[in-house]
Design a protein around this ligand. Sequence first.
Ligand code: ADP
Ligand code: ADP
Length: 230
Amino acid sequence: AASIRLESVRKQYDDGTVAVRELTLDVPAGELVVLIGPSGCGKSTILRMINRLIEPTAGRIVVDGEDVTRADPVALRRRVGYVIQHVGLFPHQTIRANVATVPKLLGWPRDRIRSRVDELLDLVGLDPARHGGRYPHELSGGQRQRVGVARALAADPVVLLMDEPFSAVDPIVRGRLQEEFLRLQASVRKTIVFVTHDVDEAVRLGDRIAVLSEAGKLEQYDVPARVLAA
Ligand code: ADP
Ligand code: ADP
């Protein structure tokens, strides 16, 4: 696992919107840090900067000791897994093919891809034999989210970024996904930045919680018990 450090990071979009005014945040290696805060406070912007889908206007982001603004974006994305709310699976590809996306890009041999994909499906609670050959629309919402997690883990990233990964499913499925995800994290111990607007989810999953207000202002950053007490 790797640490993530944001140093005086600022993001101003081209239209002048200041999404993050100035944020400094350390995510320790192997911890799950939850970003919580009102809609529009800059949470997704922060994830997209860590993943280098967008560039910070100022400041520095260091992942695993490397300044991401200097990193090769393709190499970086292989090391950073990204899971979003509406997973974005390829509809005309099977579940196996979806999970294999990054390993295929990396040119892994077929046998290695096949065994890795089955291992991952198993890890997220899907049966490779039953679900692997299906198409995304043949799975439930909860199962699609699991495929999204499997795909993000495929090339064994050092960091996982998750943007409201469980919000599109109903509360009962969400509870089950959270539980399974905690078990998964206990075994893989990734460094994770997890965005939610659900306080219960934050408390349940977070090793630490970063409470943000408008323009990415860090109001609190602590373990869940102390955030709740404040
Ligand atoms: P959150 O994830 O906390 O809801 P976002 O990071 O999506 O917040 O957005 C932060 C702010 O930046 C909002 O005011 C949003 O409207 C604005 N914003 C997001 N993306 C863009 C964009 N591409 N161009 C201009 N403004 C944007
Ligand atoms: P989850 O627990 O992931 O939300 P559900 O409880 O909704 O899944 O689904 C229950 C079972 O129904 C699953 O084992 C799944 O394989 C099966 N299933 C769901 N949707 C479909 C579908 N469109 N076609 C075939 N099987 C399905």
